[in-house]
Write a protein that binds this ligand. Structure first.
Ligand code: CA
Length: 227
């Protein structure tokens, strides 16, 4: 799953982006200001960032410059400004592309996809698409799980959950995030779904499903993958 960090102080626009991105199976985090954006970019390691240039606490260009000190994540800039020197400054600071407000959602999604694809083609190597534990192997590109030399059959829902967890090793993924991403926001109260599917995954992957070693429950909060 592709995770996008939306950095924008216009709550209505954030909401529209969240709805559209989630509908296309992106995972979404949102930051209303530059400081939060930098913190979340480090903590969540998004696959792409949509960055508004006009933020309440700092200029989006400065967010971008700081980010580029340690990250090559694709950045799509949102500019309300028609001045072309602003866009040139953004591209010089390391933006991958930009759209000018007001933009159509289709245009933004197309440019976002293109940025992720370009970056993915240059940085994704075979190593990080295969996650290996002592008991099982997850091949993200082939969407295949093997255990003891045999393929493990997973349902699409089990795969989706496992994919989110193994792509975020050692990070707590909240029940809410998992429900939103796998079942959609309308199902966000159904934590019993999660318990059922996590139990199935453990039966298929854990040597001792009642004492899981890889698929860890954080009681009342969510789940975590320990690789
Ligand atoms: Ca703004």
């Amino acid at each position: 799953m592709t995770r996008v960090l939306v950095v924008e102080d216009d709550a209505q626009l954030v909401r529209a982006l969240e709805i559209n991105l989630r509908a296309r199976k992106y995972g979404v985090d949102a930051a209303p200001d530059g400081a939060t954006a930098l913190r979340l970019a480090a903590a969540r390691q998004p696959d792409a960032i949509v960055l508004d240039l006009g933020l309440p606490d700092m200029d989006g260009i400065d967010v971008l410059k700081t980010l580029r000190g340690w990250s090559r994540v694709p950045v799509l800039v949102l500019s309300a400004r028609s001045a072309s020197d602003e866009k040139v400054a953004a591209l010089n600071a390391g933006a991958d592309d930009y759209v000018t407000k007001p933009f159509s959602m289709d245009e933004l999604l197309a440019r976002l996809r293109a940025s992720v694809r370009r970056r993915g083609a240059t940085s994704l190597d075979a190593d990080n698409s295969v996650i290996t534990t002592q008991d099982f192997t997850v091949d993200l590109a082939a969407k295949k799980v093997t255990r003891g030399g045999h393929d493990v059959r997973l349902t699409p829902t089990e795969w989706h959950l496992l994919e989110i967890l193994v792509c975020n090793p050692r990070r707590l993924i909240t029940q809410r995030q998992l429900l939103d991403e796998v079942w959609g926001a309308s199902q966000s109260g159904k934590t019993n779904y999660l318990r059922v599917y996590m139990a199935q995954l453990r039966r298929k992957l854990e040597a001792d499903p009642s004492h899981p070693r890889y698929l860890i429950t954080e009681p009342g909060m969510g789940y975590r993958f320990e690789g």
